[in-house]
Design a protein around this ligand. Structure first.
Ligand SMILES: NC(=[NH2+])NCCC[C@H](N)C(=O)O
Length: 420
């Protein structure tokens, strides 16, 4: 079988391939006391989360090729050399070499599950016996947010450099999937293999590929300036006869619903975007910076009024649709908190988001988006092909408690080219 190409030159091109991770036991492997350490604002019920998630995966399966992390990881582990490489890499990184021999004994499928759900501690030493921990390798609580640990940019995959160590293994696994599963035809760029990686943080929720020459990057708790300079340097190193732009949006560090740019800004269509107005459009202290690269050098770095003004100057004229509607700041705040601005496009003007944010959906409806229920699409009652502009509404009461929405839960690796 031929390998699958990676090709992402926009946020909204028709979706052809996406990597998902259906939440498993890992999302319940925590207590209220350590939920915060797991980067959750609440604890989840797996049963409900899975029902909701099946709406997302069900809709995506109708329109694109869907891969699951656990299956791809299993594929990596089927090769003995890969298996040794990956176990060693993980154990070294997590200071758990004592687990190495034991982990090698597992079959690929079971090992894939353990590396995601966590390896329970064996109470065979005094230290382990008295330990308050339940796991020797922590569960990957956040892996259903596949957006963050790997990022398709053009034909390459940038590996995330997570801001919090609890998510590091996600990056290690995604790197192995893209470079060792034999499924993908791509080149991975991993910050950890460059100098001074410890200064760098980059997460996929902060990176939006608007056009082949325009990248939007959030700068906040999850992606720092060193991370953005790392991306800049990779572009410079290409030495291309071409102009590129990186637009940087500073983000508040609090509350945690502002962790990534995609929590306040997402693309909806050629001419529309979703914004959390107070951060993106109102005058505030969060700067927007435009970096222009030309012929392999930084041509200019300047502050600009806001993302929309900068994009317009580059030929992309976007009408903002307001998260929470345009009238009431309280409602905007409430809906933004539950990932109300976080949409993923399956094509221009075709997006998926949470149905709970009714004011946001009403606002989209006023802007010409038909509201379709995910469950009706999955059951076959509604055919998306009969609509040209729509928002698919997912039931989401548990999933958003993990801290993200539809864009966070998808890792697109292939989209059809757009006709700008
Ligand atoms: N792309 C996103 N906005 N992802 C949301 C990730 C949420 C996750 N709990 C974290 O804190 O890392």
């Amino acid at each position: 079988m031929g390998k699958v190409d990676v090709s992402v030159f926009s946020e909204i091109g028709e979706l052809e391939g996406v990597i998902l991770h259906t939440p498993g036991a890992e999302v319940e492997n925590m207590t209220p006391e350590n939920a915060q350490r797991a980067l959750y604002s609440d604890i989840l019920n797996l049963n409900v989360a899975r029902k909701e998630y099946s709406q997302l995966s069900g809709v995506l399966s109708k329109v694109a090729k869907v891969y699951q992390v656990a299956d791809l990881l299993e594929k990596v582990l089927e090769d003995e050399e890969n298996k040794e490489y990956l176990i060693e890499k993980i154990c070294r990184h997590e200071n758990a070499m004592s687990l190495y021999d034991n982990l090698l004994d597992y079959q690929p499928k079971e090992l894939s599950r353990l590396l995601i759900e966590g390896v329970p501690i064996v109470r065979n030493t005094l230290t382990n016996f008295l330990s308050k921990e339940r796991f020797s390798l922590r569960p990957l609580y956040n892996f259903y947010f596949t957006r963050d640990a790997s990022i398709a940019i053009g034909e390459d995959v940038l590996i995330g450099k997570m801001a919090n160590a609890v998510r590091d293994r996600e990056s290690i696994i995604m790197e192995a999937i893209f470079s060792r599963s034999g499924v993908f035809n791509t080149h991975t760029i991993n910050p950890t293999t460059f100098s001074n990686p410890s200064d760098i943080t980059i997460e996929g929720g902060d990176v939006l590929v608007v056009r082949d020459d325009i990248l939007l990057v959030g700068n906040g708790t999850r992606t720092n300036t060193h991370g953005i300079d790392f991306i800049l340097n990779r572009f410079l190193a290409r030495n291309e006869k071409k102009r590129r732009h990186i637009l940087v949006q500073e983000l508040p560090h609090k509350p945690e619903s502002f962790i990534h740019l995609d929590m306040v800004f997402t693309m909806l269509d050629y001419d529309k975007c979703m914004v959390y107005e107070p951060i993106i459009l109102q005058p505030n202290r969060y700067q927007t910076v435009q970096i222009t690269i030309d012929n392999g050098v930084v041509k200019e770095i300047k502050t600009v009024d806001n993302l929309l003004v900068a994009l317009k100057s580059l030929g992309i004229d976007l009408k903002p649709v307001f998260c929470g509607g345009s009238k009431d700041r309280w409602i905007q705040e409430r809906e933004q908190w539950h990932s109300g601005a976080n949409f993923v496009a399956i094509g221009p003007g075709k997006v998926i988001g949470y149905g709970r944010n009714i004011n946001t959906l009403d606002e989209m409806n006023r802007n010409g988006f038909e509201i379709l229920k995910a469950k009706d699409i999955v059951s076959g009652k509604v055919d998306v092909n009969s609509y040209s502009k729509y928002v698919v509404a997912l039931d989401g009461s548990e999933l958003p408690r993990g801290g993200g929405g539809a864009r966070c839960m998808t890792m697109p690796f292939k989209r059809k080219p757009l006709k700008w």
